[in-house]
Design a protein. Sequence first.
Length: 191
Amino acid sequence: MDRVERIFRQAGAVLEGHFLLTSGRHSPVYWEKMRVLQQPRLTTRLCRPITHHFRNQGVEVVVGPTMGGVPLAFEVARQLGVRSAYADREGDGRIIRGGQLLAPGEKVLIIDDILTTGGSLRHMVDAVDRVGAKVVGIAVIVDRRPGGDTQFTVGDTPVFASHRSPAPSYPPEECPLCKTAVPLEKLGGKR
Ligand SMILES: [Zn+2]
């Protein structure tokens, strides 16, 4: 068990059952990141591998999506000694708003918690592109794509993952758990 999984298990955040993921897919495993992110000390430890990986890459701003990405962006920015910002949902995409300073050309590290399909990361890259800032890196805490030992990229930016935990997930119409009596749980809400 590596450091990230130990932190999640310590927080009681690795759940088993039948879950609706943010992507709309169903899965027997759910990593409830909010149970970790509620604890600043665990969040500090969780962010260290990312800070270490990006410390010499000239990052000026760390940007994460609401909600889970807010404490992660804050903590990675604190460790790197740079600014943080967040992107809200807007329609199906993301937007950086609310008086946050993010200048054209600034070097941005995007951070998110769990990578399942990458849809959320694409929206984040679009949001950063729209203000003219430059994405120099993308990081996630957990890459849980099934068969996820291939390098995932958004555009031509590789995604750095602190931890890989490939877990099965299914479109609802193909979900084997839906054919059993295990009730579907929706956790985390729409982020
Ligand atoms: Zn299901």
